[in-house]
Design a protein around this ligand. Structure first.
Ligand code: ASP
Ligand code: MG
Length: 417
């Protein structure tokens, strides 16, 4: 059995969905489970709906109408507008969303509401793809991934309950997947009270890896709009090269530090069972792409990962006491509570510096650190360049103010303005 994952970019319009059908047609003789993200930028659009609901701005109706129109236009382009079944499905999902927007979830946290709302993107996309495939004669079964991806209640960044997933996927889903092509959602799961949870933005790769692991599938293929894993983002680096084979370890390092091609958590389940991962272009499915597997040699090519919207948090103590273990654990637990993902860290006797992605609620973070007895300073909109497999400072950094530099045997990080 194989698992395929298609991201939002691969299904952003009718052409994309037809392309998915072609790829699945070419895999007709295989047993495949397909994980699909929300269409195009739907998740971003739904995030705006969540803000409007939470802040009661009165705009959620307009935002939802736009999202609905986008999906209806795609149905029209796919000539599915005469199919009553899919029209009803879409109408019902938007009816549910409208009801949520009107009555909200009184007393629930922002993160809880977020998970209940944004996951409609995945429900909509998988319904559309599933019905389209049926119309094209590609028999398939739509399933709700929440019944199989079981998580804790940590909304927007839920942790997977592996034993439950293995049971549900291995025992309940596998027999179905042996018989039918399965179409399901990425990104979402089910928490302890039956509520919807999510695995973090771009988490569909991770969902696909969970299914792959629990099904004992022979491989996972992530279909992308690039030819595979590159040593740098081709939109930013002119001579970016394709990496044709790479080890789990090198891939984990690159993904962790922000190679946006793969969600960082994806590799762990695959590595645990040494299941190969293919990253392939959905535009050129005949091209080989990248193969991540256990026999790949250690990567020698230098890799460059550039990230914008970085934030530097610097903390000193108010009374010049040292920043040692207790203070460090206090600071880090505040960051963990805020669900900030730490990039690199550095400490001296009196200060601690850590990088994370930009955050809008900067003032709240500052206030929390001040309450805990620190003198924090936050700088946003910085850039980070991570260089893997080379200790030479890249030419592009010459003349830049480097705020933090960290060097290990395999990588160097440069934070700059
Ligand atoms: N649709 C979700 C997102 O855009 C999940 C994913 O694409 O992996 O973050
Ligand atoms: Mg997406």
């Amino acid at each position: 059995m194989k698992v395929y994952k298609f991201g939002g970019a691969s299904v952003k319009d009718a052409e994309g969905i037809k392309n998915v059908a072609n790829i699945l047609n070419a895999s007709k003789n295989e047993k495949v489970l397909v994980v699909i993200s929300a269409l195009g930028k739907t998740t971003n659009a739904l995030e705006n709906v969540v803000s409007a609901i939470a802040n009661r701005t009165g705009q959620s109706g307009d935002f939802l109408a736009e999202i609905k129109q986008y999906h209806l236009d795609i149905l029209l382009d796919l000539q599915m507008n005469s199919s009553l079944a899919i029209q009803n499905e879409i109408e019902n999902l938007f009816l549910e969303l409208d009801c949520i927007a009107e009555h909200g979830f009184e007393g629930q946290s922002y993160d809880f509401i977020y998970d209940q709302v944004v996951t409609f993107g995945e429900l909509l996309s998988t319904k559309i793809v599933s019905y389209f495939l049926l119309g094209e004669g590609i028999k398939n079964q739509w399933i709700d991934s929440r019944n199989f991806i079981i998580t804790d209640a940590r909304h927007r960044d839920a942790r997977v309950k592996w034993v439950d997933c293995e049971h549900m996927i291995g025992k309940r889903l596998k027999p179905l997947a042996e018989k039918n092509l399965i179409i399901t959602q990425g990104f979402m799961g089910k928490g302890p009270s039956g509520e919807t949870t999510t695995l973090g933005r771009e988490g569909s790769d991770y969902s696909a890896a969970i299914f792959t692991y629990c099904l004992d599938a022979e491989s996972l293929t992530i279909w992308k709009d690039v030819d595979g894993l590159m040593n740098a983002d081709p939109r930013k680096f002119e001579d970016a090269q394709l990496i044709s084979e790479i080890s789990y370890r090198d891939t984990i390092e690159l993904a962790y530090y922000g190679a946006s091609v793969i969600h960082p958590k994806t590799m762990q389940p695959l590595k645990a069972k040494e299941i190969p991962l293919r990253v392939k272009s959905f535009l050129n499915p005949k091209k080989k792409g990248t193969l991540v597997h256990k026999n790949a040699a250690q990567l020698e090519t230098a890799c460059f990962i550039h990230k914008e919207n970085q934030m530097l948090i610097s903390c000193r103590t108010k009374d010049f006491t040292f920043i040692v273990e207790d203070q460090l654990s206090q600071i880090l637990s505040i960051l963990a509570k805020e669900k900030l993902h730490v990039g690199i860290m550095q400490n001296s006797a009196l200060s601690f510096m850590v990088t994370t992605d930009n955050r809008q609620n900067k003032d709240e973070i500052i206030a929390e650190l001040e309450d805990a007895g620190f003198r924090p300073e936050l700088k946003s909109n910085l850039q980070m360049l991570m260089v893997y497999n080379s200790s030479k400072m890249p030419e592009s950094l010459k003349g830049k103010t480097i705020l933090m530099h960290q060097q290990t045997d395999s990588s160097a990080h440069y934070l700059y303005e």
